[in-house]
Design a protein around this ligand. Structure first.
Ligand SMILES: NC(=O)c1ccc[n+]([C@@H]2O[C@H](COP(=O)([O-])OP(=O)(O)OC[C@H]3O[C@@H](n4cnc5c(N)ncnc54)[C@H](O)[C@@H]3O)[C@@H](O)[C@H]2O)c1
Ligand SMILES: O=C(O)C(=O)C[C@]1(C(=O)O)C=C[C@@H](O)C=C1
Length: 366
């Protein structure tokens, strides 16, 4: 019999998950969203089999429910869930960037028909809404799971099987450690990106040419300042304590840097920059670690129409499949660097040889 999966909140993340759910043959996908045009879009594009504008009605149909609305809305939906008369068991998960308040709400659930496992895919974008949804969004990304109590192995296995089409890598974390880590590596950087943009905007009053000088560096570090303000305001306040602590750390760190500058401590500054560089350069291999086994090559390309396509075509001609492509740096009219990932070393070595033969500068990096 077909199982029914409900996705509540069909934006960037919910929509991307819905596209993955379609890979299951035996799954009916239903959607709930507060935005009528989103529901219409899902219907028109066959993303969901059925849509609902009433959460309770939709939940009653579902065997599995993925809550993918903004964090505070998800907390509200978990509370509402407990008031709904269910006539079958339901496995509920979420995708929220903050886990503490979600798991607190889940622990207060009284309906024994509900099993809750918190979830958070560590992949996304600064874009929002169903139109930004992408099936491949989660490929190779870490997907954090936080079971709401012990002895949930069977439910965890079911959830992992459901998410198999995303090609993500699972990691079980406690909510507290999750929120501290994502605070450091995701939430706080979003705040800093916005503050850098505000700083540039303030200085623009004195120097109107500032935006014209914004080159690769400023654009790289501030891309995420283009994220959805209401979603991120919500994340910051749902993770308020960690954010406040990180702000205190950051202010201290900036005071230290100010002191180095004011006192002309060039050696110390160089060491500071070197240590940061070492850590940053090691991030990709640390990320791969035991969870990731990808085989990468780096290819220099020129920024001209069709440059990326030519590389892909060359490898496709030899039936080599690329598991991931990332444009690491590119400036208009100048060379850029592509990182191509493969499933195995054989494909990587072959690609390296083919591209070299075709006069591409490529480097293999472990
Ligand atoms: N954006 C990212 O990079 C990212 C990555 C991982 C996880 N997340 C988490 O995923 C969740 C959704 O984020 P997103 O980026 O998909 O946002 P989004 O704005 O693209 O989508 C949110 C969706 O929720 C719907 N919604 C809002 N209020 C609702 C309500 N009261 N009832 C029903 N639906 C409602 C909106 O209409 C929209 O379709 C958030 O909890 C966020 O923390 C986001
Ligand atoms: O790539 C981006 O734009 C993101 O912001 C993705 C990102 C992040 O890396 O901070 C954002 C929020 C999440 O909960 C997980 C991932």
């Amino acid at each position: 019999m077909k199982e029914t999966v409900l996705i509540a909140g069909l934006g960037l993340i919910g929509g991307s998950l819905a596209l993955n759910m379609k890979e299951h043959d035996n799954m009916r996908i239903i959607g709930y969203d507060a935005n009528k045009s989103t529901l219409e879009y899902c219907k028109m594009n066959g993303i969901t089999d059925e849509t609902y504008d009433n959460f309770a009605e939709a939940v009653k149909q579902a065997d599995i429910c993925i809550l993918a609305a903004p964090v505070s809305v998800t907390v509200g939906l978990i509370k509402e869930l407990d008031t709904i008369a269910l006539n079958k068991d339901i496995l509920v998960t979420d995708v929220s960037s903050v886990k503490g308040p979600v798991m607190d709400a889940a622990k207060n659930l009284t309906n024994e028909r509900i099993s809750f496992i918190g979830g958070h895919p560590m992949a996304g974008s600064h874009k929002k809404g169903i139109q930004a949804a992408k099936q491949h969004l989660f490929e190779n990304a870490i997907y954090v799971l936080s079971p709401s109590n012990e002895n949930m192995e069977e439910h965890i296995a079911k959830l992992k099987a459901l998410l198999t089409p995303t090609k993500c890598k699972f990691l079980i974390l406690e909510p507290e450690e999750h929120d501290e880590m994502t605070g450091v590596i995701s939430h706080f950087p979003h705040l800093i990106a916005s503050s850098l943009v505000q700083q540039a905007k303030n200085w623009q009053q004195k120097h109107p040419y500032i935006p014209k000088l914004a080159a690769g560096g400023f654009r790289d570090i501030t891309r995420i300042a283009s994220s959805n303000p209401s979603l991120w305001k919500d994340i910051f306040f749902q993770n308020k304590q960690k954010m406040s602590r990180l702000l205190t750390d950051w202010i201290e760190e900036m005071n230290h840097l100010k002191q180095l500058i004011d006192e002309g401590s060039e050696d110390e500054m160089q060491e500071y920059l070197q240590l940061a560089k070492n850590y940053r350069d090691g991030l990709d291999s640390a990320k791969r670690g035991a969870l990731y086994t990808t085989y990468d090559i780096y290819v220099d390309i020129f920024d001209q129409p069709g440059a990326l396509l030519r590389v892909i075509e060359l490898l496709a001609e030899h039936e080599i499949s690329i598991s991931n492509i990332e444009i690491l740096e590119i400036r208009e009219g100048i060379t850029g660097v592509l990182r191509l990932s493969f499933q195995n070393d054989n494909d990587r070595q072959l690609s390296h040889a083919i591209l070299r033969k075709n006069k591409y500068d490529t480097v293999i990096q472990e």
